[in-house]
Design a protein around this ligand. Sequence first.
Ligand SMILES: [Zn+2]
Length: 55
Amino acid sequence: MAIHKYYKVEGDKLVRLKRFCPKCGEGVFLAEHPDRYSCGKCGYTEFKKSNENKS
Ligand SMILES: [Zn+2]
């Protein structure tokens, strides 16, 4: 199953959309932290990649 990324391009900007919890499904957003995302409902945590900002 592919890892979904929620990006949207507006003009020349790349806008990151909120991520959904893969366990709870769409409608339950992951809370964004400096180094990770976490679900307040089921406790799912997803760590950010350190090389995410490559240009
Ligand atoms: Zn969840």
